[in-house]
Design a protein around this ligand. Structure first.
Ligand code: AMP
Length: 215
């Protein structure tokens, strides 16, 4: 299965990608996670990306395309992959098409998770992530057993810098302008499958499974 999870920030792409990864035994490839790791490790890439990410903008296409080219070349991606947060612009989608033609590994499907903006702001502003293992929580909908502490590994839970309200608004704007056109792009290729992203995590997983059946 070679799929893209498309949808606005806060739609639940990361959560659903992790579930699919466990169910299907294929890697989740998140450009956001790769970039956050580079920022934490203070690599040259991380230093370049940090201010763009903190402001809610997009890292240049050529940078993320390079990251994806390298990641898809690793051996665990041969049996399939779940792309989460990539592509985010039409040039990224076109570059991915070219890359997958070269690799002779065409996409199976693109699941577009739909959630309205007011709900996204609620989800993102309450989101907390484990600094150590990246597990995701929500102060209201999915709180940890002990406030501020990861259930899974005991790591500290933090709010991402880009989950602050002003940045959230900017990220949603960028999504509408630059990423949403990809739904039409993949509809045109007969690959898009629309998934209602309102409900609890299990409900959305069920809908996603149905949408991807046969993919
Ligand atoms: P995410 O975790 O997917 O919400 O990504 C967090 C941030 O990383 C985004 O707001 C962007 O600044 C950057 N980023 C992640 N993926 C991409 C991408 N495909 N293209 C450009 N920037 C990206």
């Amino acid at each position: 299965m070679r799929i893209i999870l498309l949808g606005p920030p806060g739609a639940g792409k990361g959560t659903q990608a992790k579930r699919l990864m466990d169910a299907e035994g294929i890697p989740q490839i998140s450009t956001g996670d790769i970039l956050r790791k580079a920022v934490a490790d203070q690599t040259p890439l991380g230093r370049e990306a940090k201010s763009v990410m903190d402001s809610g903008g997009l890292v240049p296409d050529q940078v993320v395309i390079g990251l994806i080219r390298e990641r898809l070349g690793q051996s665990d991606a041969v049996k399939g992959f779940i792309l989460d947060g990539f592509p985010r612009t039409v040039p990224q989608a076109e570059a991915l098409d070219g890359l997958l033609v070269d690799l002779k590994r065409p996409l199976s499907a693109v699941a577009a998770i739909d959630v309205e903006p007011s709900e996204l702001v609620r989800r993102l502003s309450g989101r907390r992530v484990c600094q150590a293992c990246q597990a995701a929580y929500h102060v209201e909908f999915n709180p940890p057993k002990r406030e501020g502490v990861c259930d899974r590994c005991g790591g500290a839970l933090i709010q991402r810098d880009d989950d602050k309200e002003a940045t959230i608004r900017r990220r949603l704007e960028v999504y509408r302008e630059q990423t949403e056109p990809l739904i039409a792009y993949y509809k045109g290729k007969g690959l898009a499958r629309l998934v209602n992203g309102i409900g609890n995590v299990d409900e959305i997983s069920g809908r996603l499974r149905e949408a991807l059946a046969g993919a």
